[in-house]
Design a protein around this ligand. Structure first.
Ligand code: PEP
Ligand code: MN
Length: 367
């Protein structure tokens, strides 16, 4: 049983204001003082709530730009003074935390590569003990919800209540549309386990390319998440890291203006129509259940027959050809292959389980 998290909603941290989304924006990395200040000015003009920049950069290959280090914190401080923005950065060790505290960083986040390392998360948590600094925890690189929750628990256990999560997608070996696979269901599950925990989406690292940021940001809002962390650079083409996914301040403004915030409660226009459509869905669900029940009855009869004739429960060939046939038929109903496979595999599993129970019932009767 997971422990409850004792957290303060993001609206009470003093940085973010309604309506949604809470917006954190800024360059992937602090590179030079000029670049950082120009990027901060651009973001501030777009009305963002908080300015980000990476000071220490975890890079896949050695020899790439690994961040400017502590001098960048001084530039961040300057950006705060000159443009009135709150400032945040990524920490990956206790040393980073101490440096951030020294330079008045308003919020820190733990990066995806660090979340997966409980030793480092614990070290960071200890360094943050007795501070009031909010912390956002990115999802680990792999879709391991417990690892993500474990990191949140470690921070909560040292008294950090201004705690939130950032989803930035998950590594995929297969080539996919995005740089990282959103796997939205992982954050949706996090939301259902901890409804009070505020969740941000980082469409920049999820998408990997400028052109995907709008659709991912809108999707995040549609799923009801609170915030966005978006990379924005004064000259994206020349960025020393993540050049393909950063937006100019102007494009950031356009993206934010394009977002539609839909209300979670159904009222006003559309309410009638949604109610009618939902009623139709309820009826269809009812008939799906009836059909599944009828199928299961037959499956039980087959189970009895297999028991009586000493036939193994699973005949792999039979299942492969059934699956191929339903996938093919599903196309006529506009049903995606993966969906049809998932549904029928679940049906098959339940069917096998039922037949197994029939068989085991027989052997225990014989004992
Ligand atoms: C970042 O936000 O700059 C970053 C490195 O992100 P992630 O940890 O999601 O890769
Ligand atoms: Mn980046």
């Amino acid at each position: 049983m997971a422990k409850a998290l004792d957290t303060i909603p993001v609206w009470d941290w003093g940085f973010f204001t309604e309506p949604k989304p809470c917006v954190i924006a800024g360059p992937c990395s602090a590179e030079t003082e000029e670049q950082l200040l120009a990027s901060a000015k651009g973001c501030a003009e777009q009305g963002i709530h908080m300015f980000r920049a990476g000071i220490w950069k975890p890079r896949t290959h050695p020899g790439c730009f690994e961040g400017i280090g502590t001098p960048g914190l001084k530039w961040m401080q300057k950006a705060k003074q000159e443009y009135g923005v709150k400032i945040c950065t990524e920490v990956a060790s206790e040393k980073h935390v101490y440096e951030c505290l020294k330079y008045g960083i308003d919020l820190v986040w733990i990066g995806a590569r660090t979340t997966a390392n409980p030793f480092l998360v614990q070290e960071i948590a200890e360094a943050l003990r007795d501070t009031d600094i909010p912390v956002l925890v990115k999802n680990p690189m792999n879709p391991d919800l417990d690892l993500w929750i474990g990191a949140l628990e470690r921070l909560n256990a040292v008294g950090i209540k201004k705690l939130g999560a950032i989803q930035r997608g998950f590594t995929s070996y297969e080539k996919i549309r995005y740089r990282n696979n959103p796997e939205w269901q992982v954050a949706v599950e996090l939301r259902s386990r901890y409804p009070e925990l505020s969740i941000f989406t980082d469409p920049s690292h999820m998408g990997g390319k400028r052109e995907y940021l709008q659709e991912l940001s809108q999707k995040s809002l549609d799923l009801g998440f609170e915030g966005l962390m978006i990379e924005s650079h004064c000259n994206p083409a020349c960025a020393l890291s993540d050049a393909a996914q950063q937006l100019t301040a102007e494009d950031l403004g356009k993206l934010l203006a394009s977002l539609v915030v839909r209300t979670p409660d159904i009222s006003g226009a559309g309410r009638e129509q949604i109610a009618q459509l939902r009623a139709q869905i309820d009826l269809i669900d009812e008939s799906i259940l009836y059909t599944l029940g009828s199928r299961m009855k037959i499956s039980r009869k087959i189970g009895e027959c297999k028991k009586a004739n000493n036939i193994a429960i699973v005949q792999a060939n039979r299942w492969d050809s059934l699956l191929a046939a339903v996938v093919e038929k599903g196309k006529a109903y506009n049903l995606p292959e993966e969906f049809v496979k998932a549904v029928f595999n679940a049906i098959h599993e339940a069917s096998v389980q039922t037949q197994n129970d029939i068989l085991e019932g027989a052997s225990s009767e014989q004992k």
